[in-house]
Design a protein around this ligand. Structure first.
Ligand code: GLU
Length: 478
């Protein structure tokens, strides 16, 4: 038995985009479990996929978790005894651990070229077989390996998985999970660029950071047997595995931005209070007991037990979230209300940015709210507006908007200049006339024809809300 103060859990997000509600959900259960047992909650940034990592995304993760009051005890910003807490700063540690596995003959160098692997995959597919590495380099002789190394042939490191039998692990919520080893690939641990894969870095770090309980989303269950084999290859003890049920859309599919906004920034911007979000997320798959629906983080910590998690896929229901939020809003005292309006809704920083856009169209201050409402609103009302350009078919228009969503999604650095150049490049690529392109975007994002300059307005409305409005408008199209 672990004594309570030994409990160490972690959240390990990859900084690849907008902080996701699923990250907050998993962070919440880790945090509460750590606090319940006077343990430690660690934040580790898994940024080894350099093609996808975005620098500002890390700061956004910190900000979102802090917004929700899910503060960590160890992490890249505050340090701790088991750092560094950013995987890109731990490359030498991974290298050393690869050497241990090579030495033990639990891992091997694979010199196969991308072309060979493509052919192998195509061949297996055409025969209706499972696609997996065929083990060609598994038994290379020392001389063959030396020859490749001499020539400088690029290579990856693979784990030598058992080819027969089964791999099992115990999940605290689900009991024993077993899979056939035949289904498992000789997974890559280190890529040819010297960066570790998720599986390898994650296991090495969880072990070195003395993580006792891995609490993560259900979608990682299929990775766990690979992790179990890695623990075994090193001769390390496994942590306790706890896979939380996935958040789902109303139609029970995995939560996705096509059906629900998923970024925490959107909810903050849309006026959801942090305590509402935390309370709502806690209700996703966990019950407080006695049908109690409203509780604080402290109250949750007091009664928390994984026993009260149910595995039926919890539905991320906007109506319920709004209902929870309404409850917290109505409970605010005068001071809390004033502080919220001042610190979150009409902030000084926002007013400073709004000033040039707002004043241009105002002759008296009484016009402020009417003129500028779209900077503060959520969804807009498009009744009475003709948005589809005359010369375009609805299908073409919808395709243009779909492409626009991709542009917005990819434009992580959101400012007047970057918005201007991204819109320009997109318009040119689809060869639309400026009028057909910009007017509908203006109408969809501001709800009016006579709004201030578009790029400046879009910057201030914010990326999350711009994206939300485009999607929201698309749901109104026939
Ligand atoms: N980096 C993984 C993620 O993005 C971590 C998964 C895990 O908790 O093991 O969610």
């Amino acid at each position: 038995m672990t004594s309570s103060s030994d409990v160490r859990v972690r959240i390990a997000p990859s900084p690849t985009g907008d902080p996701h509600v699923g990250t907050a959900y998993i962070a919440l259960f880790n945090y509460v479990f750590a606090k319940k047992h006077q343990g430690k909650f660690v934040l580790r940034i898994e940024d080894t996929d350099q093609t996808r990592a975005k620098a500002s995304s890390e700061q956004d993760i910190f900000d979102s978790l802090k917004w929700l009051n899910l503060n960590w005890d160890e992490g890249p910003d505050c340090g701790g005894d088991f750092g560094p807490y950013r995987q890109s700063e731990r490359l030498s540690i991974y290298r050393e651990h690869i050497d241990i596995l090579l030495e033990k003959k639990k891992a091997y160098r694979c010199f196969c070229t991308a072309e060979r692997l493509d052919e192998l995959r195509a061949d297996q597919k055409s025969k209706g077989l499972q696609t997996k590495y065929d083990g060609k380099c598994r038994n290379l002789s020392e001389a063959e390996i030396a020859e490749h190394l001499e020539k400088g042939t690029p290579y990856v490191i693979r784990l030598a998985m058992p080819q027969e039998g089964t791999t099992s692990f115990n999940d605290l919520l689900r009991g024993d999970v077993t899979i056939n080893n035949e289904q498992m690939d000789d997974q890559i641990l280190l890529k040819s660029d010297g960066f570790p894969t998720y599986h390898f870095a994650n296991v090495v770090d969880d072990h070195l950071m003395k993580i006792t309980h891995v609490v993560r989303a259900e979608e990682w269950i299929s990775s766990t047997p690979k992790h179990v084999r890695l623990y075994e290859a090193f001769g390390w003890d496994e942590p306790t595995w706890i896979h939380m049920p996935l958040l789902r859309n109303k139609d029970k599919s995995k939560i996705s931005k096509r059906k629900n906004p998923v970024s925490l920034g959107y909810y903050k911007r849309a006026g959801i209070l942090p305590q509402s979000m935390v309370n709502f997320l806690a209700l996703m798959g966990w019950s407080f007991g006695d049908d109690q629906e409203f509780f604080s983080l402290e109250q949750m910590i007091e009664v928390f037990d994984f026993k009260n998690v149910s595995l039926g896929g919890p539905i991320f229901d906007q109506t319920k979230l709004t209902w929870v939020n309404q409850n917290y809003m109505h409970k605010m005292n005068d001071d809390e209300f004033v502080a919220h309006m001042r610190d979150e809704v009409i902030t000084e920083d926002f007013l400073r940015k709004l000033k040039p856009l707002a004043l241009e169209r105002m002759t008296r201050f009484e016009q402020f709210f009417d003129n500028n409402s779209f900077f503060f609103n959520g969804g807009l009302n498009y009744e009475g507006l003709t948005i589809l350009p005359k010369s375009r078919e609805p299908k073409e228009f919808r395709d243009m908007l779909k492409g626009l969503l991709v542009v917005v999604d990819d434009l992580y650095d959101w400012n007047t200049e970057s918005i201007g150049s991204a819109l320009k490049a997109y318009r040119e690529s689809i060869e639309w006339k400026p009028k057909d392109f910009f007017m509908p975007i203006r109408l969809i994002t501001t709800g009016r024809k006579d709004s201030p300059p578009l790029n400046e307005s879009l910057e201030l409305i914010g990326r999350e809300m711009v994206r939300y409005r485009i999607r929201d408008f698309m749901t109104t199209m026939k």
